[in-house]
Design a binder for this molecule. Structure first.
Ligand SMILES: [Zn+2]
Length: 146
């Protein structure tokens, strides 16, 4: 039987994204940390720090640009020298379609290369909608001005 070979060619596409860094302790809100995290996620371009006076919590958001063919980063372990490790989590603004199996932008899981690469019994969804920043809930009534 003839076997056809398919090669899926994905062009390099650079996307820009804004990422919320969560669970970052006080003392880690610096340009140096923002730059390191941004370059870990992909290519750092800018950052923004805010203080939420209501909850007295600090927020850091990082702007990056990166190649869609690389999996979205979900978290990173950090620590001060000699202290315990902790986890900071990343949440993305304006994510378009992305794959819950491989974490890459631009395809959904039914077309994922992982499904066509042999044993699928151990395939797990390591990514999910939880990677998006909280979005405003759409109004049930449709038009909020009615
Ligand atoms: Zn995939």
């Amino acid at each position: 039987m003839d076997e056809e070979e398919y090669e899926l060619v994905v062009e390099a596409a650079i996307v820009h994204n804004e990422i919320e860094v969560r669970d970052l302790p006080i003392g880690f809100h610096s340009e140096a940390v923002a730059t390191q995290l941004g370059n870990f996620i992909s290519q750092f371009s800018d950052y923004d720090m805010r203080v939420d006076m209501g909850s007295c919590r600090n927020f850091m958001s990082i702007r990056v640009s990166g190649d869609v063919r690389k999996p979205l980063k979900r978290w990173k372990k950090l620590r001060r020298s000699g202290q315990e490790w902790f986890l900071v989590k990343f949440r993305y603004e304006c994510l378009t379609t992305f794959c819950f199996l491989c974490g890459c932008l631009g395809n959904s899981e039914q077309f994922c290369h992982i499904l066509f690469s042999g044993d699928v019994s151990s395939v797990q969804r390591g990514w999910g909608y939880w990677l998006k920043t909280a979005m405003r809930q759409p109004s049930l009534a449709g038009d909020k001005w009615l």
